[in-house]
Write a protein that binds this ligand. Structure first.
Ligand code: XIL
Length: 381
């Protein structure tokens, strides 16, 4: 009898310690343990960009992490025109339908990215010479794609990156063929096709004063035309030790003063050397070993600086939580970040809150600690 009790006790202790070990790993299968989305649930949505494998839940560890940490998702590439609309009369909705279904299944808000962008355009569109044909492509694209997801996704980045650094309109095929009103026209068409979907303008460096002024002008112009715009996305591709907190704060205030929701839509903090700021995808740098110093992991001093930058940023976001509706990271973990391939190919970058094994980095804990997550909840990690 006594031996049986002792054995039962031993088994229980072993089982309990295994359970604790697993739950510490964040991704260890405890779907109920709190994540970023829970810590920040009264403040703003916490989002992430998903690649195709993640949309299709190919990796179960990543799928659990996504469910546990995020309540908003943006497709990293598959709603861009070159994929969703590869030829004049051909639309490829399969993957976009899958992300809409995933959002519904997991209760995560889906942000469509993006209807009108000069990059990742299908080659047929780039080679249209005639202005009327180009206008037909523009109209069909917005009406068909935005129309299909009306009621199925929460929002659209209607226009992405229409501005230069000095706040003037970027030279692009849209400006060239349709003139500067193409932004307002895109919102007008999106509003018609998707009357209950939120509509946003999205850009990088639009927290910088000159570009911000241009962005404010664009927003006023859309509103003055009687067209709906609900929010502005500041992409937030920043660099370690140089996150422009003052410009960010001034921008939150300036955009929300126009009645817009403010979002940080593509957040990552680059830790590798780069000789320019922002996120112009056409800008590239040649590779050389000095540009790739952290192949075997981040030194502690850099890890701590990254953690501090994220903490400072989220403290600022919390200060303005009444104006901010969503903060989305551009990727789930470091291994999958686009910054491993841009602007230099083949680097090992470390810009996010989760490492290559989907484990939380010090930056994650600093962002969680800002919310003073109750000790019992903390233990669950
Ligand atoms: C990037 C993707 O992450 C890459 O996979 C792709 O090769 C290029 O585009 N600004 C944007 C995003 O609005 O769509 C870009 O995403 C990053 C910069």
């Amino acid at each position: 009898m006594t031996i049986k009790w002792v054995l039962t006790g031993l088994v229980a202790v072993v089982l309990m310690s295994t359970a604790c070990d697993n739950s510490k790993k964040l991704t260890g299968g405890n779907a109920l343990s709190a994540g970023l989305k829970d810590a920040y649930k009264k403040d703003f949505l916490i989002g992430t960009a998903l690649n195709t494998a993640q949309i299709q839940e190919k990796d179960s560890t990543a799928a659990r992490l996504i469910q546990q940490q995020f309540n908003a998702i943006t497709p990293e590439n598959i709603m861009k025109a070159e994929i969703i609309h590869p030829q004049w009369n051909v639309y490829n909705f399969e993957l976009a339908d899958q992300i809409a279904a995933l959002g519904k299944k997991q209760g995560m808000k889906v942000n469509g990215h993006t209807l009108i962008w000069h990059s990742q355009l299908p080659s047929f569109a780039r080679s249209i010479r005639d202005i009327d044909s180009f206008r037909t492509f523009f109209t069909n694209h917005i009406s068909t794609v935005a129309g299909r997801y009306e009621g199925k996704i929460a929002s659209w980045d209607v226009v992405n990156e229409a501005l230069n650094e000095d706040g003037t309109m970027r030279k692009s095929i849209f400006l060239d063929k349709l003139g500067p009103d193409f932004v307002t026209e895109a919102f007008r068409l999106a509003q018609k096709a998707a009357p209950t979907t939120e509509l946003y303008y999205n850009d990088y460096n639009n927290e910088q004063p000159a570009k911000r002024e241009g962005c404010l002008r664009l927003i006023r112009k859309i509103k003055e035309a009687g067209v709906r715009i609900d929010g502005v996305g500041i992409q937030g591709h920043w660099h370690i030790g140089k996150v422009p907190l003052k410009d960010i704060e001034e921008s939150i205030l300036a955009y929300s003063a126009l009645g817009l929701k403010v979002m940080f839509t593509e957040l990552d903090i680059e830790v590798l050397p780069r000789n320019f700021s922002g996120a112009d995808v056409s800008q590239r740098m040649d590779n050389n070993p000095t540009l790739n110093p952290y192949v075997n992991g981040l030194p502690d001093s850099v890890q701590q600086q990254l953690a501090k930058d994220y903490e400072d940023l989220f403290r600022l976001f919390l200060k303005h939580k009444d104006k901010i509706t969503r903060v989305t990271f551009w990727g789930v973990n470091d291994g999958q970040s686009w910054l491993n391939g841009w602007p230099v190919r083949g680097r090992t970058n470390h810009p996010l809150l989760f490492d290559r094994k989907n484990l939380p980095k010090p930056a994650y804990h600093r962002v969680m600690n800002l919310k003073n997550v109750a000790p019992e909840e903390k233990k669950a990690f």
